[in-house]
Each structure stands twice: as structure tokens, then as C-alpha cells.
Design a protein around this ligand. Structure first.
Ligand SMILES: Cc1cc2nc3c(=O)[nH]c(=O)nc-3n(C[C@H](O)[C@H](O)[C@H](O)COP(=O)(O)OP(=O)(O)OC[C@H]3O[C@@H](n4cnc5c(N)ncnc54)[C@H](O)[C@@H]3O)c2cc1C
Length: 386
């Protein structure tokens, strides 16, 4: 594998760099520079802009509106996007349900749902986890009973990120309780405005509202919103989870975090121990480089038609561990500046002021997308045959 960019790739990088420079909105750039997360309006405004340019769904095949880029071009795009101060796109439409629809959906479903995802108009959330079905997802209990032309859905989902933003949910439901657990699960698309849906907020340890509980009471869902056939939900869920795990590696954004940390350290006064900090940052960058090559190799293989395999579990584990290590370094190297002060004005460097919030949020990254312990089980089973 050649890791040097060709002349054409360098020219492509320049095009993306210039576009980002001209188009990433200032308020968004300022938001990510502070280490904050954009709200719905800011995030969607950015995604619509990418959609207009045809760059929101860069991983999609051309026939469904992807730009036809190589893995290297997508990788360059991601690096440029992050270093221009733009956040990653919300994964639920673009990286999750989109690939499900163009792989398993009917022609009508593709026509109906793909355009809204491609343009950034339609926001999605993922209804998988339930209070007693997280790692053991196959034991989920939310029921969907068939009545003529619709299903009646009853039950509860939890930890549903952005359910309060979403227009639609892709949801795993139980359509048959008489067969083996995995065979009784189906994949339904649910309009979040349907009567009988209640979304309740869960505030997380970083003080933000990202998460929700979602309750369903006699929610009517048209049968044409079933993807695949009844009982096919588990196959679709597994397909989708490998996509989710690969995007969670977050190489470009971790590089951006390290860059922010380096800039903040460079601005520290002379009596600060910069040598010790530099050693720590160097160790993080070496780990990131190893992850970057592994990620790139995996993504490049998909260009040759190979499906994501157990590598996605390895990427998820290493990627999230590294995100946590970088956020921990940010807190520790910022010393007193990283304490969660409640001041209007920044104390010292603002990068450090927000570090503890991000550190707190990132405790969750080794849990979501399937916990890292479960990923280790997957690797042991698929690679070692244990
Ligand atoms: C910030 C955040 C966002 C999320 N967003 C979404 C979302 O949008 N949609 C959605 O559907 N879900 C979402 N989730 C839920 C997430 O997928 C689950 O939290 C995760 O799958 C773990 O399930 P659980 O919380 O029920 O923990 P449990 O499954 O109860 O696990 C508890 C602990 O036991 C360990 N464990 C469990 N089983 C095993 C085993 N067999 N071997 C070894 N260790 C084991 C786990 O690793 C974990 O440490 C989100 C979670 C978080 C924290």
C-alpha cells in the first residue's frame, strides 16, 4: 500500500481545502475550536451545505448519489474537514440507515428516503437499545403486531441519541416471539411525529442533552416501512453495526484534537514543563498513526469490494481508547485550567477550559456502538475461533 499522495490526490486535497476554507461557517468553526458540540440548527445547516455540494454521502456508491471518490480521496476529505474545524456528520442517516436502504430496501423505499438523507434535510435516530437489551441486543422486547396494512408498536427504547432532533427512527422490533430470539426481529422505519411516541430527555455526565428514552404506545406504522422481510432485522442490524464501528474510529477528529492540544501547549508560559508534555503528545501521535494506517487499509479494502469484517471491531476498540487517552491528556496537561470552572470569561487557555466536559462525554465512547468488551468477544470468536 502506497501512503504517499499522488499529484492528483494533492490537487484534490487543495480543492477540498479551499472549499472548506470558504464554506465552513464561522460560528461552527468557533464552536468546534472551543471543543463544544454544535446544536441541531448549526449541525443541520452544515450538513445541508455538504448535501448541496454532493459531499454529505461521500461513502455511498455513485448510483445512489455518492461522488465516486476512492478511499484515499474520502480519507483526504475527512482530514481536511476536521482540520477546517467542521464536526463529523451525524452518522444515523448517512452512515447507518442509508447503506441499509440501498442494500436491503425496495425500489420505493430507496426513492422515498435516500434523497432526504443525501441532502441533509431528514434527520434520523437509532432505536436499538432497550433497558434490558444493550449488549444482549437480541433479547429486545419492543413489539410490532401486524394489523392489515400497518404494525402496532408498543415498548421502550433507551439511550436514543438525537431522538429529540430526529424526523425518523430506524428501529429493531420483535414481530415474532415464538421463534429463536434473533429470527423474530424486524427492521422498521418510524416517523417520529406519529401519535403514541413520547421522547424523554436523559442528561449525560457532560451536562448536555444528547440522549433520550423513547416510549411507544400503540404507534401505527405502515407495513411499507418494513425493510427487508419480517424476521430479517437481525441480519440488517449486524450489517449496520459494522458500518457504525468503522466510523467510530474517528481518526481525523482525534488528529484535530491532538493539534488543538499542541497549539494550547505551545502557548503555555516558559515555566511550564513542555518537554514532559511533548513526550506525552508524541506517544499519542504514534498510536494515532498506527490506527490511521489500519483504518486506511480497512477502508481501502472496501473499494476492492471486500465487506467490513471483524477489523471494524478492532478499529472501534483502538479508536475509542485513543479518544479517551487524548481527552485525558488534555485534562491533565491543562492542570488547573481544566477544572470545570463556572466562569463567564476563559481562564487561561479556552481549549483546556472545555477539556473536562469532553473528557466526561468520552467516557461513553467505549460503550456506544457495542461496548469494547463485546468487541473483544467478537474478535476472539471471529479471529481466534474461541
Ligand atoms: C452516549 C451513548 C449513546 C448511545 N446512543 C445510542 C443510540 O443512539 N441508539 C441505541 O440504540 N443505543 C445507543 N446507546 C446504547 C449502547 O449501544 C449501549 O449502552 C451498549 O450497547 C451497552 O449496553 P448497556 O448499556 O445495556 O450495557 P450492558 O449490556 O448491561 O453492559 C454493562 C457492562 O457489562 C459488559 N458486558 C455485557 N455483556 C458482556 C459480555 N458478554 N462479555 C463481557 N462483558 C460484557 C459491558 O461491556 C458493559 O461494560 C448509546 C449509549 C451511550 C452511552
Amino acid at each position: 500500500m502506497n501512503l504517499e499522495f499522488s499529484d492528483e490526490e494533492l490537487a484534490f486535497r487543495e480543492t477540498i481545502r479551499q472549499w472548506m476554507k470558504a464554506n465552513v461557517p464561522d460560528d461552527l468553526r468557533r464552536c468546534t475550536a472551543r471543543g463544544a458540540m454544535p446544536g441541531k440548527e448549526m449541525q443541520q445547516r452544515w450538513e445541508r451545505l455538504l448535501g448541496k455540494q454532493g459531499w454529505l454521502t461521500v461513502t455511498w456508491p455513485e448510483q445512489y448519489g455518492g461522488p465516486g471518490w476512492t478511499a484515499t480521496q474520502r480519507y483526504i476529505f475527512d482530514l481536511e474537514r476536521a482540520s477546517a474545524g467542521a464536526p463529523p456528520t451525524s452518522p444515523f442517516g448517512v452512515a447507518m440507515v442509508g447503506p441499509v436502504l440501498y442494500t436491503f430496501g425496495s425500489a420505493e423505499q430507496k426513492d422515498r428516503w435516500l434523497p432526504g438523507i443525501r441532502s441533509g434535510e431528514m434527520l434520523w435516530c437509532q432505536g436499538y437499545s432497550e433497558p434490558n437489551a444493550g449488549s444482549d441486543l437480541a433479547s429486545l422486547k419492543t413489539r410490532a403486531e401486524r394489523h392489515d396494512d400497518h404494525y402496532l408498536v408498543n415498548g421502550q427504547k433507551i439511550w436514543t441519541t438525537q431522538a429529540h432532533w430526529a424526523d425518523m427512527m430506524f428501529c429493531l422490533v420483535r414481530t415474532d416471539s415464538t421463534v429463536k430470539q434473533q429470527q423474530g426481529i424486524s427492521f422498521l422505519l418510524i416517523d417520529m411525529k406519529t401519535s403514541g411516541i413520547e421522547v424523554r430527555p436523559i442528561y449525560s455526565i457532560d451536562g448536555h442533552h444528547h440522549l433520550n428514552e423513547v416510549y411507544f404506545t400503540d404507534v401505527k406504522v405502515p407495513v411499507e416501512n418494513l425493510v427487508g422481510t419480517e424476521g430479517m432485522g437481525w441480519t440488517i442490524a449486524k450489517f449496520l453495526l459494522t458500518h457504525e464501528r468503522t466510523t467510530i474510529a474517528g481518526v481525523a477528529d482525534t488528529q484535530n484534537e491532538i493539534n488543538r492540544l499542541k497549539a494550547a501547549l505551545a502557548a503555555m508560559p516558559d515555566n511550564y514543563d513542555k518537554h514532559q508534555a511533548a513526550r506525552r503528545v508524541a506517544a499519542l501521535e504514534i498510536d494515532l498513526m498506527a490506527l490511521e494506517y489500519t483504518n486506511f487499509r480497512t477502508v481501502a479494502a472496501t473499494d476492492e469490494g471486500k465487506p467490513f469484517g471483524p477489523e471494524s471491531s478492532g478499529l472501534k476498540i483502538k479508536g475509542t481508547e485513543l479518544q479517551q487517552s487524548v481527552s485525558q491528556a488534555m485534562v491533565e496537561l491543562g492542570e488547573l485550567m481544566s477544572l470545570p470552572w463556572d466562569n463567564e470569561e476563559p481562564i487561561g487557555n479556552e481549549v483546556f477550559n472545555r477539556a473536562s466536559r469532553r473528557y466526561n462525554f468520552l467516557r461513553a465512547c467505549t460503550i456506544y456502538g457495542g461496548s469494547n468488551e463485546i468487541q473483544k468477544n467478537v474478535l476472539a470468536k471471529m479471529l481466534l475461533g474461541l
